[in-house]
Ligand binder design. Sequence first.
Ligand code: SF4
Length: 201
Amino acid sequence: MDQQRFVDNLKRRGYGVTVFDTGAQAAAYLNEAIDGRTVGFGDSETMLSMGLYDLLSTHNRCFDPMHRPEGETFRETARKTLLTDVFLTSLNAMSETGELVNIDGTGNRVAGSLFGHEKVYFVVSLSKLCPTLDDAIFRARNVAAPKNAARHGFANPCVLKGDRCYDCSARDRICNALVVHYRKMRGIEMEVVLIREALGL
Ligand code: SF4
């Protein structure tokens, strides 16, 4: 795939773009760029593997449902992530044409990526880049979502059979909304932090 064409298409759609070889380099960049702010995290295996919460929380006020304080529920912490200066999340897939795709079960991750913040960062590995929007949606539904369901330990059909999405009605279905970002949202600064190293699901 043509990564330069993808970067050019992101810029044409209004996003800031930075590119790094490794997750460690991207983490160092974000640790420098975000200082003295309130920061919300969307659930992301990529950012967990980068140790971003630990880095940023030494000099920012951070809220992350995956690192919630003792006695606080997921919902309580997730609500706080929606009112921060900065919001960080990842993506399930991207198209070379510049569309960004995310699936969510609870909604905090996609909600935070759409409204309410001064700046949103999408921190994502280029291993999730697909040729077209249809391919990106296919990846989000049939590759990323089943892996996410497995990570949570849910016995959904995609996990039990391990090959694709079954559009299930399981109690623990994690695919309740699919968001396609066609362009940068109005009134929010948005940056896509691309990482050449394979990270995330
Ligand atoms: S809809 Fe159900 S089967 Fe499909 S990926 Fe989501 S949890 Fe798995």
